[in-house]
Design a protein around this ligand. Structure first.
Ligand code: HEM
Length: 408
């Protein structure tokens, strides 16, 4: 669907360029004339919001890097200087820190949308897997960025998370030493995290290009989950999708601004305003909210190695989703049983997030085990079996029929 299409520039400079590098035609066919299903709802606006947030993170990050010093003696102080002395440094930092949280909020909505409407199913498997890779890259980038602050929580999060690799039998300790660049989290660790934290967003940007390319090959899914069959089923991307995406982007920015200007430290941990001190362990080590469900899964399992396997397994399993879900029907609209299990899954994910903030003892551990069990059962038992046993609702004949009624 991407390509040169009907683009005819009237301007002579653009005509000249188009003969040599047909970039105008590519943009036109991908973002203007591109046919999108006419029934897309606001859940389809989050891909655009994510692309926007990636831009915000890269721009604010580049400027922050101009003032940051990746050395254990100066990192914390350089951030305090950004906050107090650099013109609008506080704004840059709060945009970047809260921007990361908003980025994750958007990606979770984007992923749950995909899950609800079956957007991962044939022929969109590669598109989905590229999404899972993006998610992993986002997690790695966010983690390393948090360490750069070199506060107490940064230091201890880096210690706890890198130490997970020591659970690997035989080579675990050697891997941890290699990750640290020494025998403890220290200057080489901070330096390499800085280098990678700068690099990965550009890798993310590259994978986003592949993600959107794959999207433009298969076309978008839509709330009915059935493919467009005629011109009646689609509208052009511009103005319909651009206006709708733009509107939600503005709403999203209002929420973002509310965090930045009114509660900029709401999502952070106060211990990270204490400089890193390897001699003092904080009373509680809590990751940022967007990692909490996985932290709860890790801690729900008493054996360290099994806990680490469950942690990585809980993310890795997403890549197999297109094959674990055996149902021919995509959208949850026509899958009454799936819909109930889906909402239970949302509750389990949020519940695990809440449990990630609680100490791993008593009732909290029991609850975390139940929810961890459901998390995996959803993928490994519920989805494969539902495809066989679920009685789905009748699908409309076409997208336009679902919008305009059977007469259309
Ligand atoms: C940096 C992160 C990401 C960016 C910038 C991004 C961007 C986009 C864009 C622009 C779209 C088209 C608009 C839309 O459908 O919302 C899209 C669609 C899609 N994305 Fe992402 N995405 C990201 C992460 C992810 C992740 C983590 C997943 C899943 C694990 C994912 C899965 C999908 C799927 C399945 C579609 C097709 C949806 C459909 O047509 O129904 N994406 N993405």
């Amino acid at each position: 669907m991407s390509g040169h299409a009907t683009y005819q520039p009237t301007n002579r400079v653009l005509q000249w360029l188009e003969k040599r590098l047909p970039i105008g035609g590519l943009v036109h066919s991908s973002f203007i004339a591109y046919p999108t299903p006419r029934n897309l709802n606001y859940w389809w606006a989050f891909g655009g919001i994510l692309s926007f947030m990636l831009g915000v993170q890269i721009i604010t990050g580049i400027v922050l890097a101009m003032h940051y010093t990746p050395h254990v003696d100066m990192a914390f102080k350089s951030i305090e200087i950004v906050m107090r002395d650099v013109n609008f440094g506080w704004l840059l930092r709060y945009l970047h820190a809260n921007g990361a949280a908003m980025f994750f909020l958007a990606v979770y909505i984007h992923m749950f949308r995909g899950l609800y409407y079956g957007s991962y199913k044939e022929p969109r498997e590669v598109l989905w897997i590229l999404g899972v890779i993006l998610y992993l890259l986002m997690m790695a980038t966010g983690f390393m960025g948090y360490v750069l602050v070199w506060g107490q929580m940064s230091f201890w999060a880096a210690t706890v998370i890198t130490n997970l690799f020591s659970a690997i039998p035989g080579v675990g300790d050697a891997i941890v030493t290699w990750l640290w660049g020494g025998y403890a989290v220290g200057n080489p660790t901070l330096n390499r995290f800085y280098s990678l934290h700068y690099l990965l967003p550009f890798v993310i940007a590259g994978v986003v290009v592949l993600h959107v390319w794959a999207l433009h090959v298969t076309g978008q899914n839509n709330p009915t989950g059935i493919e467009p069959k005629s011109d009646q089923d689609t509208v052009s991307f511009t103005p319909y999708a651009t206006i709708k995406d733009g509107f939600l982007m503005v709403c999203f920015c209002i929420l973002f601004a509310w965090f930045v200007f009114y509660i900029p430290n709401f999502l952070g941990h106060s211990d990270n305003y204490i400089p890193a001190n390897p001699a003092v362990t904080p009373s509680e080590i809590v990751p940022e909210w967007y990692y909490l469900p996985f932290y709860a899964i890790l801690r729900s399992i008493p054996n360290k190695l099994l806990g680490v396997i469950a942690l990585f397994g809980s993310i890795g399993i997403l890549a197999f989703l297109p094959w674990l879900d055996t149902s021919k029907v995509r959208s949850a609209r026509y899958r009454p049983l799936f819909r109930q299990f889906f909402w239970l899954f949302v509750i389990a994910a949020v519940g695990l997030g809440w449990l990630g903030t609680k100490p791993p003892e008593g009732i909290y551990v029991i609850l975390a085990r139940i929810l961890t069990f459901y998390y995996f059962a959803f993928f490994l038992i519920v989805l494969p079996l539902l495809g066989i046993f679920e009685k789905t609702k009748p699908l409309p004949n076409s997208i336009s029929e679902s919008v305009l009624g059977a007469k259309a």
